[in-house]
Design a protein around this ligand. Structure first.
Ligand code: ACM
Length: 260
């Protein structure tokens, strides 16, 4: 399976321009799955819920989902990407899952970071895995990395790979995702953005999008500052073998009788 990420540098609020730029970045690339950053087309730093609502879209049916659907068809790829989702009175920091044949599903971020709590409602959908090419793919968004239960739940649900749209500002995440992969013997594709926003205090996004394998190897890691598309070939069988040694199975050895 060929998986990749797009690391972009969105301009806040310029959704169409950012969508066009992603299409340009993808030109000439092919993969089974592309992961894009959290809020990749809107930008990140909303001031309040009124503002996030003004940029939020229907999923499916909104501008960003429709543009990604056309892009998935054009590239014959699956795409997982972050966007602000409007649902009645609620606004979620969501990710949309789209295939060459159209809309598949969505994930709503469970663990909101810092001022996101002023702009979004916490996710209310169960963690789930999606059938993508021949893989089972779980989705989590950025700060979900800080809660190991998220990746663990996805892995226990059968995820071979975790797609991780992000807008990283905390330095530890790229390294922590190596641990998430080791803990669960899964692949992870973290798609981050670069650049900065200064709408409510300066925020610098750290780039370093990456693909990590179940042994904790970094298969590819992007720069801290540049827009990039990177694609790697992965062998899903590696994620399906949960034995560390002939005597240690990463899930069966868990002492659920003593965990609380
Ligand atoms: C983050 O969750 N975007 C830091």
């Amino acid at each position: 399976m060929r998986v990749g990420f797009i690391q972009n540098k969105p301009a806040f609020g310029s959704i169409q321009k950012n969508l066009d730029r992603v299409e340009e970045l993808l030109d000439g690339h092919s993969a089974d799955l592309f992961v894009l950053p959290e809020l990749f087309a809107s930008g990140y730093q909303f001031k309040d819920k009124e503002e996030s609502r003004s940029f939020a879209e229907q999923v499916p049916g909104g501008l960003t989902t429709n543009a990604l659907t056309a892009l998935a068809k054009k590239t014959n790829a699956f795409i997982i990407a972050g966007l602000a989702e409007a649902d009645e009175n609620h606004v979620y920091n969501s990710a949309v899952i789209i295939g060459p044949n159209g809309y598949i599903g969505k994930y709503r971020k469970l663990h909101l970071f810092d001022t996101e709590k002023l702009c979004f409602d916490s996710g209310n959908l169960p963690l789930q895995v999606f059938d993508i090419a021949n893989a089972k793919v779980g989705v989590m968004i950025c700060f979900d990395w800080r809660f190991p239960e998220t990746a663990r739940t996805l892995a226990l649900l059968g995820a071979d790979l975790i797609a991780h749209p992000s807008n990283l500002v905390l330095a530890h995440c790229p390294q922590a995702m190596i641990t998430r992969c080791l803990e669960n013997r899964v692949f992870a594709v973290t798609a981050d953005r670069v650049g900065s926003e200064e709408r409510m205090g300066a925020l610098k996004f750290i780039g370093q999008s990456q693909v990590v394998d179940p042994d904790g190897n970094i298969l590819v890691r992007a720069s801290k500052t540049e827009e990039e598309v990177q694609i790697v070939e992965i062998d899903l069988e590696k994620a399906r073998d949960k034995y560390l040694t002939p005597h240690n199975h990463i899930f069966k050895d868990r002492r659920e009788d003593l965990y609380h």
